[in-house]
Design a protein around this ligand. Structure first.
Ligand SMILES: [Zn+2]
Length: 318
């Protein structure tokens, strides 16, 4: 591999496992292209969440309590490394998909005191919950002032929420995308969050990463994440598309870009060194061949050898 090849080879990078990869594989419930990291298995949403958690890292170092609802092993690994005070994984039915959890509980009745949680992760949960408004109120209740919730749901900004918890299974698959989903959220999702007392921006990965890093990390440019806090007293909650991502999310992104670059540089240096090794070996083999050739010519050209070999040459000609 030449150094030039190395540059085009390393064009993707996984923020979850921090490895350069040669692209992303199909994955997800309906097998989307470019979804799964070939190295660690993380999907697009896990990779962007890893970016956000990296960005929040300096803040999280002082977090006393982080709550992860329906946790994924990717966030667990990352949060374990951040060494937050208390990391509590909660799920209503962990046996359903073999999740490792610390507490069995419902997002509509969270087993935490009010004002207790610094960071709450609630990814792809609310679309399963019949009383999602109760869940949103619970999230607002447990967040401490200044605490944040990162929330993601399947979302269509162009339509209203389509929901029907009692619809038969085939209909739920067709309308909501999965048998265990009770709705598909539309733009009024943000009204519901605000009514529950939550406030904050809707962030799209492209706002935070830019086009180039979106392509490099294989995340979905417009798959939104809501970064919510409890609206302070006397302030009307507002939830909506952010004009610009909050600064605290941009911290850490610089490091991510540097990590991606340093991996690329390391790969490049390795390729250049490999090329040097190959060239040195080629030169050594050439020199060796030339030495043997010269020796061979010296021997076969010697008058005595020529004299001694004459009968054989004569025989060969016959
Ligand atoms: Zn990965």
């Amino acid at each position: 591999m030449s150094p030039a090849d190395a540059v085009t080879h390393i064009q993707h990078f996984c923020p979850t496992c921090h490895r350069p990869v040669d692209g992303f594989r199909p994955g997800g419930v309906r097998s989307r292209p470019n979804a799964r990291c070939p190295s660690c298995g993380a999907l697009e949403r896990h990779r962007f969440l890893a970016v956000l958690l990296d960005g929040l890292g300096p803040t999280l170092a002082h977090a006393a309590t982080v709550v992860d609802i329906a946790p994924s092993r990717y966030t667990t690994a990352q949060l374990d490394q951040l060494r937050v005070g208390r990391y509590v994984r909660v799920d209503l039915d962990p046996d359903a998909d073999g999740r490792a959890v610390d507490v069995r509980g419902s997002v509509t009745h969270l087993p935490f005191a009010s004002d207790a949680v610094d960071l709450l992760l609630c990814y792809h949960v609310l679309e399963h919950v019949p009383d999602d408004r109760a869940a949103m109120r619970e999230i607002a209740r447990v967040l401490r002032p200044g605490g944040r919730a990162l929330v993601q749901v399947p979302f269509r900004a162009s339509r209203a929420t389509d929901e029907e918890p009692d619809a038969p299974e085939e209909e739920r698959i067709a309308r909501f995308g999965q048998a265990d989903h009770v709705r598909l959220y539309g733009v009024d999702f943000e009204t519901r969050l605000a009514e529950a007392g939550l406030s904050g921006p809707r962030i799209h990965p492209v706002d935070v990463l830019g086009e180039e890093l979106v392509a490099a990390t294989g995340v979905k440019a417009a798959e939104p994440v809501w970064v919510l806090r409890r609206a302070p007293h006397g302030e009307a909650p507002t939830v909506g598309r952010a004009a610009a991502p909050p600064n605290h999310l941009l911290r850490g992104l610089h490091d991510l870009a540097l990590a991606a670059r340093s991996d690329r540089d390391a790969e490049l240096r390795e390729a250049a060194a490999e090329l040097d090794r190959v060239k040195t070996e080629r030169d050594r083999v050439k020199a060796e061949r030339d030495r043997w050739r010269a020796r061979h010519e010296r021997i076969t050209g010697h008058p005595l050898v020529r004299f001694a070999a004459a009968p054989y040459r004569w025989l060969q000609r016959r």
